[in-house]
Design a protein around this ligand. Structure first.
Ligand SMILES: [Zn+2]
Length: 500
């Protein structure tokens, strides 16, 4: 069974099939850059970073687009408050956003278009919508007519009647229906403005995302993501505009939405002050603890980002780090002269690694169930810790290969989720951890350690009754002047020189 994901549009889990084999085109609504990013929005970028990383792990080539909304009422108001130009505010917080994402180890998008640089595409869309009768002009504003689009409400699952009854929309005599929304707004003096067939103005928020996603990904792209708060009206409106414009559907194959973030305000202000901004949290907690906290809850469920939850995540992170450190120290012990055969315990442990990896993958294939995947990781940590404890207690001649293999599996699973990743820049490289204090790792391994490695492989082959392989290793070593003897306690080797 392959990857299954929950599609907000159909309200059920579906098997994932991208439009093009092996390639995933993905759009996530980016920030409106008028302030530092709040953890509520930060969660979305972490969630979609994990989804993107996992899709890559599955072998897909992922093309990820995430916009910047750099023209908006909030930006204009902020600029007015600070006596600055809206553009200046937008660029400042765009840079801050990029810094925060880098600090969170979120991979940068392949393309991050700015709304203000996509105006011609928006004008083209709006012009077509007016021509087709899906939009109308009133005093320099252009509105989308929701009644002109049959499927309006299909994402949020509400009918126009329900919306009219349920929403307390202020009556705007100029609109044909209370739910009609602005595609283009006539600018007031002093506001950013662009020329248009309807006079100087600026785009509405919803048309920005339609124009930018269609420009870079085309109709029918694979995944559109965002927070649940964007389902209505933002994403509903994106669908209406895009499908009415193109005359075809669907706009998007799979709609993915992450759950809300709860923050217990009172408690927070008492303990750590105002910690609702991502950069404030990162002053107190490592980025991996923040990520781990996000991973421990399914992305569609609500999550609490309070200080207690963060403290707990930090301790959980330390459990993983301590285990990796212990494994490293264990593996770095000087090799025994006699390479021991693996004990029954070690054989079983080694075999169980495949099982851990399989269960991890099954959890992630089930609508990116990171909570379950993290559970598998912590079980592995527990298993490895108890193995290390036993070694400590009984001082048996242990096989460093088992510990080393365990370490690799643990690190690999963490990195699939973006945990303990080298850096957002160094992504994609499947390199071993560049731990501090392991400087000698740069030099070539000694011939002795390579012989030990070969003997480990030989011991494994013998356990699996692959005697041909075991014999092959022994005879090739003998050709190089190394004699291997099989003793009761394991294999012993000696350099005896080449046979004449
Ligand atoms: Zn959007």
């Amino acid at each position: 069974m392959g990857l299954v994901l929950y599609n907000t549009m159909t309200r059920r889990k579906e098997e994932f099939r991208p439009r093009e084999d092996g390639r995933v085109l993905m759009y996530v609504c980016g920030p409106t850059v008028y302030n530092y990013i709040h953890v509520g929005n930060g969660r979305a970028y972490l969630v979609f970073d994990v989804i993107r990383r996992y899709l890559r792990h599955k072998g897909y080539e992922v093309f990820y687009v995430q916009n910047f909304t750099d023209v908006d009422d909030k930006i204009i108001n902020r600029a007015r408050e600070e006596g600055k130009a809206p553009q200046e505010i937008a660029r400042f917080y765009e840079r801050a956003f990029r810094e925060d994402m880098q600090a969170l180890n979120v991979l940068p998008p392949d393309v991050s278009p700015r709304a203000t640089e996509t105006i011609p595409q928006m004008l083209e869309m709006i012009r077509t919508l007016v021509e087709k009768g899906h939009a109308y002009v009133v005093d320099g504003d252009v509105y989308f007519s929701v009644e002109s689009f049959e499927g309006y409400g299909k994402l949020s699952g509400r009918s126009l009647e329900e919306m009219r009854a349920g929403e307390r929309v202020e009556v705007d005599e100029r609109k044909r229906h209370p739910m009609d929304f602005a595609l283009w707004k006539a600018s007031k003096p002093g506001e950013p403005a662009w020329e248009s067939p309807w006079g100087m103005g600026r785009p509405g928020w919803h048309i920005e995302c339609s124009a930018m996603s269609l420009q870079h990904l085309g109709m029918g792209f694979d995944i559109h993501g965002g927070g649940q708060d964007l389902i209505f009206p933002h994403h509903e409106n994106e669908i209406a505009q895009s499908e009415a414009y193109s005359g075809a559907g669907p706009f998007v194959r799979y709609w993915l939405h992450n759950g809300f973030v709860n923050i217990r305000e009172e408690k927070m202000s008492k303990s750590l002050g105002n910690i609702v901004l991502v950069r404030e949290i990162l002053k107190h907690y490592p980025a991996d603890a923040v990520r781990l906290l996000a991973l421990q809850t399914h992305y569609r469920s609500p999550i609490d980002f309070g200080p207690e939850a963060l403290e707990e995540a930090k301790r959980a992170l330390e459990r993983i780090e301590n285990c990796l450190f212990a494994l490293d120290s264990f593996v770095a012990r000087p090799p025994a002269r006699v390479a021991p055969a693996r004990t029954q315990r070690e054989v079983e442990l080694s075999d169980s690694f495949f099982d851990f990896e399989r269960r991890f993958e099954e959890a992630m294939d089930d609508d990116f169930n990171t909570a379950r995947a993290m559970g598998v990781i912590f079980e592995l940590v527990k298993e490895l810790n108890s193995y290390l404890d036993e070694q400590q207690r009984f001082q048996t001649p242990a096989s460093p290969m088992v510990a080393s293999h365990g370490r690799d599996v643990l690190l690999r699973l963490c990195r699939v989720l973006g945990l303990l990743a080298p850096t957002a820049q160094g992504e994609g490289e499947d390199v071993a951890c560049e731990d501090a204090g392991k400087g000698e790792g740069d030099s070539l391994p000694t011939a002795e350690s390579l012989v030990e490695l070969l003997l480990e492989v030989r011991a494994m082959a013998r356990e699996r009754k692959q005697f041909e392989t075991a014999d092959f290793i022994r005879s090739r070593l003998r050709e190089m002047g190394i004699r291997v003897d099989d003793l009761r306690e394991g294999q012993r080797w000696k350099f005896v020189g080449k046979e004449e």
